[in-house]
Design a protein around this ligand. Structure first.
Ligand SMILES: Cc1cc2nc3c(=O)[nH]c(=O)nc-3n(C[C@H](O)[C@H](O)[C@H](O)COP(=O)(O)OP(=O)(O)OC[C@H]3O[C@@H](n4cnc5c(N)ncnc54)[C@H](O)[C@@H]3O)c2cc1C
Length: 378
């Protein structure tokens, strides 16, 4: 099968780029698993907020909001995002970090404000407040809760509607570059060829590059764990905010009538079908009891996923300087959903050689900022 652009990886990165290119180029997205979004993209906390990442990540998050709030006509039958409150909390010793967070968030979320115990408890009744516990917070009433499934399906539908392909069960095992064409061979023996090959393989991105004879960028998959616990009997937790500590050691948010909590672990792992470790599950439960008045007699459900980072924690989009036609779309860390629309727009403009998106330029993001060269030359 031949196309203009072959995208390896059917997570949010590959699918969002495929959708941005569809209608302009013949696109084929190849996903190893039987379903799209099987790995990181289907295991996230699905929240978009400015309390994560560096300034480039915050700018990409800001540039993606319009897409989530007003997706293109017919993109999805159900909303892909809804406004939800984010509450960043601090104990006495975390206060300097909370101040710093307010400073870096303000340019993107000028409406954020400091709140005290009373207001925090009105928003999130189980919060443990008082001496030695949480004493201050920062509230952002304009966070976004994303629907990952609706988002992924919307992107896939757009690709197929424009004549492109999204193929599952297509694990690429070998890659050859010859005569300006990349040929990817699946385990089944099926062959796919295109002049442009996009590496959107998530945690496998460095390994996939090696398969294609391209030098890796030093991307690191880090495992993160989420547990599901019950709210107190009779409590309606559906309107509770996303609550995160300023120092990044705990978060909790409503999830399907229950609560999802994470110890914000970052455990180095190999690219794999990530599974939660007993230690991290216990740590998550302990932190729920440490930061809230909730008791965790039982963990109802748990999962883990990989968040894959470049050394500077900025995502990567750009052609490899040493391998013509080989395009990197990787290193989306813990912000791959909330930055996907802007990253896809940036990547599509590089692949289509169109003008760099004005919105990104205005936010100080140039191709150079996202390009892989920065990681190759140290
Ligand atoms: C616990 C957790 C919480 C998170 N919370 C948030 C959040 O609240 N907000 C947010 O924005 N982000 C969050 N993230 C981060 C987000 O999930 C990731 O940044 C994003 O999903 C990365 O997307 P991706 O497409 O690069 O990777 P993936 O979704 O992993 O997709 C890569 C795909 O490539 C495929 N692949 C690999 N090798 C091959 C091959 N050889 N052939 C064919 N296919 C191949 C894999 O099967 C995989 O499906 C979270 C992540 C985790 C783990």
């Amino acid at each position: 099968m031949e196309s203009d652009v072959l995208i390896v990886g059917g997570g949010v990165a590959g699918l969002s780029l495929g959708a941005a290119l569809s209608g302009h180029r013949r696109v084929a997205v190849l996903e190893a698993e039987e379903a799209i979004g099987h790995h990181s993209s289907g295991r996230s906390a699905t929240f978009s907020h400015f309390g994560i990442g560096n300034e480039i990540v915050r700018s990409l998050t800001a540039a993606s909001r319009a897409f989530f709030q007003q997706p293109p006509n017919g993109f999805s039958e159900t909303p892909i995002a809804r406004t939800a409150t984010a509450l960043f909390v601090a104990t006495d010793e975390m206060l300097p970090t909370l101040d710093k967070l307010a400073e870096v968030m303000k340019p993107h979320a000028p409406h954020i404000r400091r709140v005290g115990a009373e207001e925090m408890l009105a928003l999130f009744p189980p919060l443990r407040t008082g001496t030695g516990k949480v004493i201050a917070g920062l509230v952002d009433t304009e966070g976004l809760r994303l629907d990952a499934n609706a988002l992924l399906q919307g992107y896939a539908r757009k690709i197929r509607f424009s004549g492109g392909e999204v193929l599952t069960g297509a694990r690429i095992a070998a890659v050859r570059a010859e005569g300006g064409l990349w040929t990817a061979v699946a385990e089944s023996g099926e062959r796919y060829a295109a002049p442009i090959l996009v590496n959107a393989a998530g945690a496998w991105a460095d390994g996939f590059a090696r398969t294609a004879g391209v030098a890796p960028l030093g991307l690191r998959p880090l495992r993160r764990t989420i547990i599901i616990v019950d709210p107190p009997d009779g409590a309606d937790s559906s309107g509770w905010p996303f609550v995160k500590t300023a120092v990044d050691d705990f978060y909790i948010l409503p999830e399907g009538g229950r609560l999802a909590a994470s110890p914000v672990d970052e455990v180095p792992d190999d690219p794999c079908d990530a599974q939660p470790e007993e230690y991290d599950i216990a740590l998550a439960a302990w932190k729920v009891e440490e930061y809230t008045t909730l008791a965790v007699p039982r963990v109802q459900h748990r999962w883990a996923g990989l968040r894959t980072f470049a050394s500077d924690r900025t995502p990567v989009a750009g052609f490899d300087p040493a391998a013509p036609g080989f395009f990197w779309l990787a290193g989306q860390g813990g912000f791959g959903l909330q930055t996907a629309p802007a990253m896809a727009e940036a990547a599509a403009s590089l692949i289509l050689s169109t003008d760099w998106p004005e919105q990104l330029a205005a936010l100080g993001i140039s191709p150079h900022v996202l390009g892989p060269e920065r990681l190759i030359h140290g």
